[in-house]
Design a protein around this ligand. Structure first.
Ligand code: FE
Length: 345
C-alpha cells in the first residue's frame, strides 16, 4: 500500500493508494490545499476514488466537496454526518474497498457524533478521537466525553498494541504513535476512569477555534455561498429543539405546524424518506424563498433535515427573518427513522 501524509503541518491529510490498481483515497483533505493534492495524485499516477472525512471539521474547510467536483471522487462520511452531497455513508463494521485496499470503519463518536476511525493494514486513522498523547475536544458540535472514552478504550484500544496510530491533528511535531504506547502514555486516558475523564474534559476551558463560524457551518451544509449569512453560535443555541415524538404530536394536533424540510431534493426522495405533508425548500434557497410561506410568520414552523444540524441553521435564519415560532427536529430524519415514525418515500 502506498502511504503518505501530505500537509506536513498541524492538520494531517493522508494519501493511501493501491499499488496494483493505482486507485487512491484521501483522508481529511483541506480545501485550501486541493491543488497540492491534485499535483501529488498526478505525479504518482494515482486515480482518486474516495475523499473521506473522519468527521465534520470545525477548524478547517473540508476539501472533500471540491475534490469530488474536480475529480469525480466519491465523498465518504459516517452515517451521522450532517452535510448533503455525501456519496457513501458508512457505519461501524463496514469495509471501504479501494482497489485491493480494504479499510475497516470503526464508529468512534465523542469528538463529534459523526466521528469515525479507519483501520487498514496495521494502521489506524483516528481523526480527532485519539491524538498522540491527547484526545480531541468534546465541548462543542455535539461532542460527548463519555462516548469518546468508550470509543477510545473499547474500540481503538481493542486493536493490537503494535497498530500504528495516525491522527487528524498534531500540535507537537509527532507523526505517528502506536496503540500500546497510547494505552500506557496518553496522559488523558492512561489510568483514568470514565468519570474522571468526563470531569477532566469538562474542565479544559479551551477557547473556541478561530473562524469556527466560517468553517463549521459551510462544512455541515456543504454550502459555499456569499448570499447566505450563517447565524452565530448564540443564535444557534437559542433554537428550540423538539424530539421526534413531540414533533409527531404537533403534526397530529388540531392546528398542525408548517413542516419545512431543508435538505436537497435527492435526500427528500432518498433512503431516509420524508414526513408526510412536509414542504421541501433546500437550505441554500431558504432565504430567497421565505416569501412563499410568509403566512406562517406568526405560526409554528418546524424545520427538518438529515441530522438536525442544517435545520438548526435554517431555524436561526428564519427567526432572523421575523418568523416568531420556529422549532427544530432534533436529530433530524436519522432520529425520526430510529423512532420508526412514519415516512414517505
Ligand atoms: Fe475535529
Amino acid at each position: 500500500m502506498f502511504f503518505r501524509e501530505l500537509n506536513q503541518g498541524k492538520c494531517k491529510t493522508y494519501l493511501l493508494a493501491c499499488e496494483t490498481t493505482r486507485k487512491a483515497l484521501l483522508i481529511d483533505p483541506i480545501r485550501e490545499k486541493t491543488d497540492r493534492y491534485l499535483a501529488a495524485l498526478a505525479y504518482f499516477g494515482h486515480k482518486l476514488e474516495y475523499a473521506v472525512d473522519t468527521h465534520t471539521h470545525a477548524d478547517h474547510r473540508t476539501g472533500v466537496f471540491e475534490l469530488k467536483e474536480l475529480t469525480g471522487a466519491r465523498v465518504v462520511m459516517h452515517r451521522r454526518a450532517p452535510a448533503p452531497h455525501v456519496d457513501l455513508h458508512v457505519q461501524d463494521g463496514q469495509t471501504i474497498i479501494c482497489g485491493e485496499m480494504q479499510l475497516q470503519v470503526l464508529a468512534t463518536p465523542g469528538h463529534t457524533p459523526d466521528s469515525m476511525s479507519l483501520y487498514c493494514d496495521g494502521k489506524v486513522f483516528t481523526g480527532d478521537t485519539l491524538l498522540i498523547r491527547g484526545t480531541g475536544r468534546t465541548d462543542f458540535a455535539g461532542g460527548d466525553a463519555g462516548l469518546q472514552y468508550d470509543s477510545i478504550t473499547q474500540k481503538l484500544f481493542a486493536l493490537s498494541d503494535d497498530t500504528l496510530v495516525y491522527p487528524a491533528h498534531d500540535y507537537r511535531g509527532n507523526t505517528q504513535s502506536r496503540i500500546g504506547e497510547e494505552k500506557r502514555l496518553n496522559p488523558r486516558i492512561a489510568d483514568r476512569s470514565k468519570i474522571e475523564y468526563v470531569e477532566l474534559m469538562a474542565k479544559l476551558g479551551l477557547p473556541l477555534p478561530t473562524k469556527i463560524q466560517e468553517v463549521l457551518q459551510p462544512n455541515q451544509t456543504a454550502l459555499d455561498d456569499d448570499r447566505i449569512a450563517f447565524p452565530t453560535v448564540a443564535e444557534l443555541n437559542q433554537v428550540r429543539q423538539l424530539n421526534p415524538l413531540e414533533v409527531q404530536g404537533l403534526i397530529n394536533s388540531e392546528s398542525p405546524p408548517l413542516v419545512l424540510d431543508v435538505r436537497e431534493s435527492n435526500e427528500y426522495s432518498g433512503e431516509l424518506g420524508h414526513i408526510h405533508g412536509s414542504r421541501l425548500i433546500p437550505l441554500k434557497d431558504l432565504a430567497s424563498r421565505a416569501g412563499e410561506f410568509e403566512a406562517y410568520k406568526g405560526k409554528h414552523v418546524i424545520v427538518i433535515c438529515r441530522a438536525g444540524v442544517r435545520s438548526t441553521t435554517a431555524a436561526a435564519i428564519l427567526t432572523s427573518l421575523g418568523f416568531e415560532q420556529v422549532s427544530n427536529l432534533r436529530g433530524g430524519m436519522l432520529e425520526w427513522n430510529e423512532h420508526r415514525l412514519p415516512v414517505e418515500r
